[in-house]
Ligand binder design. Structure first.
Ligand code: ADP
Ligand code: ASP
Ligand code: MG
Length: 450
């Protein structure tokens, strides 16, 4: 059994869907399960619809609903001509009517809860999986639609629900494995799930990769294939560094660090379920399926620098307290506050009297800061960014380390941290310095310009 996950751009239009069908067809002997994202860009539009409606801008929201409808109907018409297409078009249209009804309800309420946001956002994958399953069948791939919400059982933390792995394993055995045994290709949406009571949830933006690896782990798949719009995991984001190169093999641990620090090609949580069972994750280009892509496994060469990742919109929180000096339990109290507010912390550095941490999600920061103030003075610095240099043998190479530090140049450094595993040198700089620093580091380590 293998899992083939297709991202939004890999199913964005009729040609892309045909390529995806060809890929799945070429893997029929391996027992593929297809996990699909929403058609590229639809999740953003759905979130806009929910937000606009809740602000009372119902006309704008409804015009977006119509654009979602048109887009899906056009693609359906292209991949499914004939009566079958008409039937799917009716089903898609009924789903769009539901989105419209939800938008009306939200505009009456004037309020958007994470739970309603999840419900609206889930329509992207609900529609794409319906459409892709039908298209695959029309293209000779024996597909069977499976509602992801029957498989991806999660807790109720809406917009970033935690998967319940035992329940998922059980559901996958019931709803997916028998289909594969019957030589059918289950097609399910990524990103979305439901609580055990059936309330729709989502795993967080970009979560379809995570869905794929959860399904792969649940069924102990032989491989998890992430089909996307680039040739694999690259030495840097090719949108920032056009000369970035594809990496043949990356260690699980490296891929996990890169994903957490901005390599959007993989959702940061994708690696954990796969690494537990040693299931290789492959990142492949759906526009160039003949390419070898990137294999993420245990046995990758140990390099000082494998790749560089970066992200902006990072918030730096500094807590300064004379109490910290020689006080046991200070850090425990500090992290308990972050835990209580479910804020995940990326980079940490401490001195005798202060602690600095970075957080991605500034949404609930206000409440967290209120609590942190009980520990000491709190300073918040927004618009920071992170650049992470990742390589399994990084800490063993003093040469690589000093070359990296020399690239900092005039960028203002706010934090510098070598991960405990020694594979990630993280630099916190001004958000608008991220791309330039990334390019300098890439030139230094991958472009032979020393
Ligand atoms: P999908 O819709 O297939 O999930 P995403 O947009 O989520 O695609 O991820 C693919 C994008 O990730 C690429 O287009 C690329 O710009 C970006 N990216 C960022 N860092 C990297 C990297 N190190 N290697 C490859 N792609 C990267
Ligand atoms: N459609 C979802 C998103 O845009 C999930 C994904 O594409 O992975 O965030
Ligand atoms: Mg993605």
């Amino acid at each position: 059994m293998i899992v083939c996950k297709f991202g939004g751009t890999s199913i964005g239009d009729a040609d892309a869907i045909r390529r995806a069908a060809d890929i799945v067809r070429s893997r029929l002997s391996q027992g593929p399960i297809a996990v699909v994202s929403a058609l590229g860009g639809s999740t953003n539009v759905l979130i806009d619809i929910a937000e606009q409606a809740a602000r009372g801008q119902l006309i704008g929201a409804m015009s977006h609903v119509e654009s979602v409808r048109d887009r899906h109907l056009v693609v359906a018409g292209n991949v499914l001509p004939g009566p079958e297409g008409d039937e799917i078009a009716l089903e898609l249209s009924a789903l769009c009517d539901e989105i419209g009804a939800l938008a009306e309800a939200l505009s009456t309420l004037g309020h958007l809860t994470p739970r309603s946001l999840d419900t609206v956002a889930s329509f992207g994958e609900r529609m794409s999986s319906l459409l892709i399953a039908a298209a695959f069948n029309a293209m000779g791939v024996p597909a069977q639609l499976v509602d992801a919400r029957r498989v991806m059982i999660t807790d109720a933390q809406h917009t970033r629900a935690e998967p319940l792995t035992d329940a998922i394993a059980e559901a996958a055995r019931v709803h997916l494995a028998p289909l594969v045994r019957d030589q059918k290709v289950p097609v399910m949406g990524g990103y979305i799930g439901a609580t055990a009571g059936g309330i729709t949830t989502t795993l967080g933006r970009g979560g379809s990769d995570y869905s794929a690896s959860l399904v792969g782990a649940a069924l102990q798949a032989e491989a998890i294939e992430i089909w996307t719009d680039v040739d694999g995991m690259m030495t840097a984001d090719p949108r920032v560094v056009p000369s970035a190169k594809t990496i043949e093999t990356v260690a699980f641990e490296e891929a996990s660090e890169l994903a957490s620090f901005g390599a959007k090609v993989l959702h940061p949580f994708t690696i954990a379920p796969a690494v537990r069972l040693g299931i290789p994750v492959r990142v492949l280009n759906s526009r160039r399926p003949e390419g070898t892509g990137t294999s993420i496994t245990f046995d990758a060469p140990r390099r000082p620098v494998t790749a560089i990742a970066g992200k902006s919109n990072v918030t730096l929180v500094k807590v300064r307290s004379p109490r910290m000096l020689l006080t046991e339990g200070f850090l425990r109290e500090l992290f308990a506050i972050f835990e209580r507010h479910k804020m995940s912390v990326d980079v940490v550095s401490t001195s005798e009297v202060s602690v600095s941490v970075t957080v991605d999600d500034a949404a609930r920061l206000e409440e967290t800061i209120g609590d942190l103030r009980q520990l000491g003075d709190v300073a918040v610095e927004q618009n920071r960014g992170i650049v992470a240099l990742v390589g399994a043998a990084l800490s063993e190479s003093s040469g690589a380390m000093s070359r990296a530090l020399a690239c900092i140049g005039a960028a203002r450094l706010h934090m510098l941290s070598l991960s405990a595993t020694g594979i990630n040198l993280t630099m916190v700089v001004d958000g608008d310095e991220v791309d330039a620093l990334l390019r300098r580091l890439h030139a230094e380590f991958f472009e032979g310009k020393r």
